[in-house]
Structure formats: C-alpha cells, structure tokens
Write a protein that binds this ligand. Structure first.
Ligand code: NI
Length: 179
C-alpha cells in the first residue's frame, strides 16, 4: 500500500462529475481503495473520495471515530468503509449546520448545512451490498464525500461565510470562549 498525493482545491479533477466503477472487484480498484484508506488514516482524515487522489471514479472511503459520534443511535461509530457507486437519499426536511474540513482544502473549516438524516447504499470491493441509515456526524461525512463524486466541495454548500476560517484560529477562539 502507499500514501497517495491529495489534489487541492483549484485542481480541475475536484470539479468533475465522476464515472461509475465498472468492476468494483477489479485488482486496480482494490488497490486504489486500500491506498485511499492508508492516505486517509495518514492525513489524518475521516473521509477521502477518489477524485481527491486524481481518480474521477464514484468511490470513497470514510470512518466515523467513536469520539465524533453523538448520542443519536444512528450516529454510530463506523469502522472504515469503502463505498463504491453509492446512492444517497436525504430523509426529511431537517437541515443542520455543522463544522467540516476537507483534505483538499487544508487548514480551513466551515459550518455547512446538511440533511440531518440520510439513507445510503453502495457496494464494497467484494460485491457486498452496504445499505445504512445515518444521522449526525455519520450522515455529514457521507454527504460530504458523496458531493466530491459530483464535483462539489463544501465551500459550494456554505450559506454563512462568517463561519469559515482557519482551523487554528477557530480552535483558539473556541478555547477562549471556554468550550
Ligand atoms: Ni472533502
């Protein structure tokens, strides 16, 4: 396995609509997924989509670490998941603002509105069908990564630019407020 170079905002590969993966079990797809997991963990990040490593394919990897899951029962800790040719359905009208970052937009964070609940599905490299409902941070990560497959970055979803800043400054401000 190897750590891949991550495309940064401004590179056109991040704005492309990605193509479906023809054969999820193909050796090159398994290799890509394994390398993407290693790259995500090394960064470290909680999600990485194929276009972020210059592959315009409908595939992403993600994880929901225990510390990030809220008390919502659907917002469970999720072991590292490979999702190929995914579908995402937004459930209900509720939208929530939450902080996001992106490995393609280093050092910055913003509050972005996302659907509170989703249903998503896809397959893994062994052809297993994955179908889950999610909310909270879990739902947010999946919506963020899915957007990458359609060439959409979180900055395109922002509604209030006051909640956009450098992670370092935002953390400092948060600490000063005693949170
Ligand atoms: Ni991202």
């Amino acid at each position: 396995m190897s750590i891949l170079k991550i495309a940064r905002m401004g590179h056109p590969v991040l704005l492309r609509k990605c193509q479906p993966v023809a054969d999820p079990g193909a050796p090159e797809i398994r290799r890509l997924a394994a390398d993407m997991i290693e790259t995500m963990e090394d960064a470290p990040g909680v999600g990485l989509a194929a276009p972020q490593v210059y592959q315009p394919l409908r595939l992403f990897v993600f994880r929901v670490p225990g510390g990030r899951a809220t008390r919502d029962p659907d917002d469970t800790e999720t072991t590292t998941t490979v999702l190929i040719n995914p579908m995402v359905e937004l459930l209900g009208e509720e939208r929530v603002l939450g902080w996001e970052g992106c490995l393609s937009i280093p050092d910055l964070r913003a509050a972005v509105p996302r659907a509170a609940r989703i249903r998503y599905s896809g397959v893994d490299c062994d052809g297993n069908v994955i179908e889950r409902e999610a909310s909270g941070f879990h739902a947010r990560v999946v919506q963020h990564e899915y957007d990458h497959l359609d060439g959409i970055l979180y900055t395109m979803r922002m509604t209030d630019f006051r909640y956009f800043g450098f992670t370092e400054e935002l953390n400092r401000a948060e600490a000063a407020q005693g949170h």
